[in-house]
Ligand binder design. Sequence first.
Ligand SMILES: [Fe+2]
Length: 215
Amino acid sequence: MTPHMTETTMAALTNFRSMNESTPEEWQLIAKSVSGDNAGMANVVIDMLNRLKGSSLAAPVDPYEHSLQTATRAFKDGADEEVVVCALLHDIGDLIAPQNHAELAASIVRPYVSDTNHAIVLLHEIFQGYHYFDKVGLDRHLRDKYRGHPSYQATAEFCAKWDQASFDQSYQPMPLSAFEPMLRRVFSRAPYGGNRTPHVNYMGFRVNMAPGQAA
Ligand SMILES: [Fe+2]
């Protein structure tokens, strides 16, 4: 046995080959080895934001700059910290999920934000269409199917005041470092502590029991 193989063998506290054959005792060992279900999330989203730099040459500003502009406008308009963080992250899925980037961003923030703010991120892709869909042959009023939704007005305002306005090459946004403390505070919250997402709690993990559904 090589030293490397010895290390690998010793690192594994459990040895089931499938979940079906795992034991409660093994899951207790796994639970002890993890530090919590949102540990490191702030670092992950900061890394994702940085990867947006230079990712689009066609738009007037790249998605990184657009994200900073959107968050800066929200902050300067007095939006609360959670909304500012949602503004910063609303397009974080541009690279990894270009066809459903809003769903991806909404899933990332969902455990840590209100139902309203989750809906804003989830629906912003359709609502921002009010500001340009007519220019690409679509109906700019597609958002109307959400009339009566409790987050309709908030999402419309998010898009009108901050999202659609944030492609301005002459605008000087706040740096990402200014938003980092806000990000870290929001992602250090107890998951699902501030919304109505059905979830279960086991081994220190809180897991969404209604995936794909907007509250
Ligand atoms: Fe956007």
